[in-house]
Ligand binder design. Structure first.
Ligand SMILES: *Cc1c(COP(=O)(O)O)cnc(C)c1O
Length: 334
C-alpha cells in the first residue's frame, strides 16, 4: 500500500523479539503501536519521538497523566474510556476511535460512531480523532464475516467524518491488496511470520527470530525402548536419539507431538516423545554424524515458525511471544 503510513505493531515485547531490537529495526516506521503503557513509556525514554498508539487505550483513569506526559495516543473503545477522558484537562491527546465492525472484542457499534465522535471532539483533552477497526478474517475470504463486509460497515458508519483511517493488519496487507487506508497496522509479517493463508516463502517473508540450541546427549535405542515422560514414543527398530537443551520452560510448546520438525546440523528431522521442562528429543536417523554439541534449530532460519506451530496445533505468533526470559538472546546484524 504505497501511500499508506505504517504503525509497526510491537505489543508483547515485539512479538517476543525484544522491544529495543524493534525500536532499531523499525526506525523507518511512522509510528509504533502496542498495548502496554509501561513499555510505551520505555520506548519514549529510549528516544522514540514519533507517534505511539496504545491499542487497548486506558485501563484506568489513573494512567491518564502518564499518557499525557509521554504524548501517547490511546484507542477509545468503550463508554468507560469516554468517561475517563471527559472532564480531564492538561496536555491534549490524539485519540483513536475504535469501531466494532463485527470482531466483537473492542469498539463502538457502527450506529454509535457519530455520537461518540462528536463527544470526543468536544472534549478539552482531545486534540484530534482518528478512526480504526480490525479485521477478523482477512486471511480467510471464505468466512461469512469477510473483510469486505467489515470494511463496508466501517465506511458507512464513518462517512463524512474528517479523519484518518487505520485498517489493515498483516493478513489484510498480504491478502486483501484492494483495501486502502491512511495507516496500516502490520505485526507478524514484520517479524517474518505469516497470519495464515500461505507460507512465509510464498509471501517473500524471512524470519527475524531463530530459536537454536544444541545436543547435550545422544542415546542409542533398541527396538522396544521408549523416550521421555509417559513413554509416548517407542522405537520399532534401533534408533539414535538426540537430547536437545530446550523445553517448555524455554517457551517451546509442550503439546508439540512426535513428528514436529526440527533441524540438526541443518538437516531436517523430527521430534520424538514428550517435551520436558528443559529438554526435548529428536530422531538422529537423517543425521548420522550428529553428536553432542551439534547445532539444533527449533524454528527460524531454514525452518519457518509457522510449520512448527502448525504441527503443534497453534500459530507462529504464540510460539514467538512465548520465548521465556531464560533464553539467551543474541542480536544479529547491526
Ligand atoms: C495485533 C494487532 C495488529 C497486528 O496484527 P498482525 O496479525 O500481527 O499483523 C493490528 N491491529 C490490532 C488492533 C492488533 O491487536
Amino acid at each position: 500500500m504505497p501511500d499508506a503510513k505504517v504503525w509497526a505493531v510491537v505489543k508483547a515485547d515485539a512479538y517476543g523479539h525484544g522491544l529495543l531490537n524493534a525500536l532499531r529495526a523499525f526506525d523507518a516506521a511512522d509510528g509504533l503501536s502496542l498495548v502496554e503503557l509501561d513499555r510505551a513509556i520505555a520506548l519514549r525514554e529510549s528516544g522514540w519521538r514519533k507517534p505511539l498508539m496504545l491499542m487497548e487505550g486506558l485501563f484506568d483513569s489513573a494512567e491518564l497523566p502518564l499518557v499525557q506526559q509521554h504524548d501517547l495516543q490511546p484507542v477509545v473503545h468503550s463508554d468507560e474510556q469516554l468517561q475517563m477522558l471527559a472532564g480531564a484537562s492538561g496536555a491534549r491527546l490524539h485519540v483513536h476511535l475504535k469501531v466494532n465492525t463485527g470482531m466483537n472484542r473492542l469498539g463502538f457499534r457502527p450506529g454509535r460512531v457519530r455520537d461518540v465522535w462528536q463527544r470526543l471532539r468536544a472534549m478539552e483533552v482531545v486534540a484530534g480523532v482518528s478512526l480504526l477497526t480490525h479485521f477478523a478474517n482477512a486471511e480467510n475470504p471464505q468466512a461469512t464475516l469477510t473483510p469486505q463486509v467489515q470494511l463496508q460497515r466501517f465506511l458507512d458508519s464513518t462517512a463524512g467524518l474528517n479523519a484518518e483511517l487505520s485498517l489493515s493488519n498483516s493478513a489484510a496487507l498480504l491478502m486483501q491488496s484492494q483495501i486502502r487506508c491512511n495507516w496500516t497496522r502490520p505485526g507478524v509479517m514484520l517479524y517474518g511470520g505469516t497470519p495464515g493463508g500461505g507460507s512465509a516463502q510464498s509471501f517473500g517473508l524471512t524470519p527475524a527470530m531463530t530459536l537454536q540450541s544444541e545436543l547435550i546427549a545422544v542415546q542409542d535405542l533398541q527396538a522396544g525402548d521408549s523416550v521421555g515422560y509417559g513413554s509416548v514414543f517407542t522405537a520399532d527398530r534401533p534408533i539414535r536419539v538426540g537430547v536437545v537443551a530446550c523445553g517448555y520452560a524455554d517457551g517451546y510448546p509442550r503439546h508439540a507431538p512426535t513428528g514436529t520438525p526440527a533441524l540438526v546440523d541443518g538437516v531436517r528431522t523430527r521430534l520424538l516423545g514428550r517435551i520436558s521442562m528443559d529438554m526435548l528429543s529428536v530422531d538422529l536417523t537423517p543425521v548420522p554424524a550428529a553428536k553432542v554439541g551439534s547445532r539444533v534449530t527449533l524454528w527460524g532460519d531454514g525452518l519457518p515458525v509457522d510449520e512448527v506451530a502448525n504441527a503443534a496445533g497453534t500459530i507462529g505468533y504464540e510460539l514467538m511471544c512465548a520465548i521465556a526470559p531464560r533464553v539467551r538472546r543474541e542480536t544479529r546484524g547491526a
